[in-house]
Design a protein around this ligand. Structure first.
Ligand code: ADP
Length: 299
């Protein structure tokens, strides 16, 4: 089910076009990857969604309606430029964030404490914000955005600068949101995170949508027709396989003849007497797709 639609969004800053007609949907309950090189137009699109700036043309629909200011209480946003420079105690600042989004004071305080616990920072509740380390401050800000359980949340590079343990912790929070049916838009340059976390993606380049769809589908579409096979004994020749490359780990990489469906290759191999332990169509890494699409756009 669609929860958010960008329809023909155009935006220029003076003579500089930032978005040149971007349209796509985000589905309810998914983790959606918003990708693109620096300057592609991602922040512009997010700022339009959050009503920070206005599109020149096009529309945003959310929760089945044209986006209105009242919807903002149900949206969360962690911008890329972060920093909480204040002497106030952490708990007060978080409570204030919760209250801004419509929680009552008591509820905002309760949620702040619960989320400090989730990010393993209960002990900093009474600290002054400007005493937090960079990583702590980042986790506090993530908690402050998520504590109202926004239906749609945009997180811009939430894990940058965190150690691997905290990266995992933040990723788990996103997966927990997905289990609860909440929608998360993740803007990141970490393609391994996209492969691990995202259901679908939009890749923007020079203000245009250039790749869009389910991560596995996008990877399949950009993959060469190759299959990695672990077998017992050598593989018999079959017509669907153009060539076989032996890998160092004992597996074989099969380069398929034009248009051969992987399922036919598997049944041919089995019919020809092969004993197959593992059979996996090889998917292009998101990183290769990103590099390819962005370089192509420059040429
Ligand atoms: P991204 O978030 O993908 O890095 P942005 O949306 O920040 O991309 O930028 C898209 C384009 O718009 C870039 O060419 C950028 O230089 C330009 N741009 C962004 N913000 C402004 C601004 N406030 N004034 C002028 N140009 C801007």
């Amino acid at each position: 089910m669609t929860i958010l639609t960008f329809d023909g969004i155009e935006k220029s800053y003076g003579q500089t076009p930032a978005l040149r007609g971007v349209s796509f949907d985000v589905h309810a309950g998914e983790i959606f990857g918003l990708l693109g090189p620096n300057g592609a137009g991602k922040s512009t699109l997010i700022r339009i969604l959050m009503d920070i700036i206005r599109a020149d043309r096009g529309s945003v629909r959310i929760f089945g309606e044209p986006r209105r200011r009242e919807h903002l209480d149900r949206l969360g946003y962690l911008p890329e430029e972060r920093g909480l420079y204040t002497k106030l105690p952490v708990l007060d600042v978080m409570t204030y964030f919760g209250a801004l989004k419509g929680l009552g004071r008591h509820e905002a305080r309760r949620a702040s404490l619960a989320w400090l616990d989730k990010v393993q920072l209960t002990h900093v509740a009474s600290w002054r914000v400007d005493r937090l380390s960079k990583g702590m401050s980042q986790k506090v800000q993530i908690a402050a955005v998520l504590l109202t359980e926004p239906d749609v949340c945009v997180l811009d590079e939430p894990t940058t600068g965190l150690d691997p343990v905290n990266v995992r912790l933040v990723q788990d929070l996103l997966l927990e949101r997905r289990r609860s049916g909440l929608t998360t838009i993740l803007s990141t340059h970490h393609m391994n995170q996209v492969e691990e976390l995202c259901d679908r993606v939009a890749l923007i380049n020079q203000g245009r949508l250039v790749v869009y769809g389910a991560v596995n589908e996008v990877r399949r579409r950009h993959s060469r027709p190759e299959i990695r096979v672990h077998s017992r004994g050598p593989l018999p020749p079959v017509p669907e396989v153009a060539s076989v490359i032996q890998e160092e780990d004992g597996s074989s990489r099969l380069v398929l003849a034009n248009g051969a469906p992987p399922a036919d290759v598997l049944s041919s191999l089995v019919r020809a007497g092969a004993t197959i332990d593992r059979f996996e169509p090889m998917l292009a890494p998101m990183e290769d797709i990103f590099l390819h699409v962005v370089r192509e756009g420059r040429s």
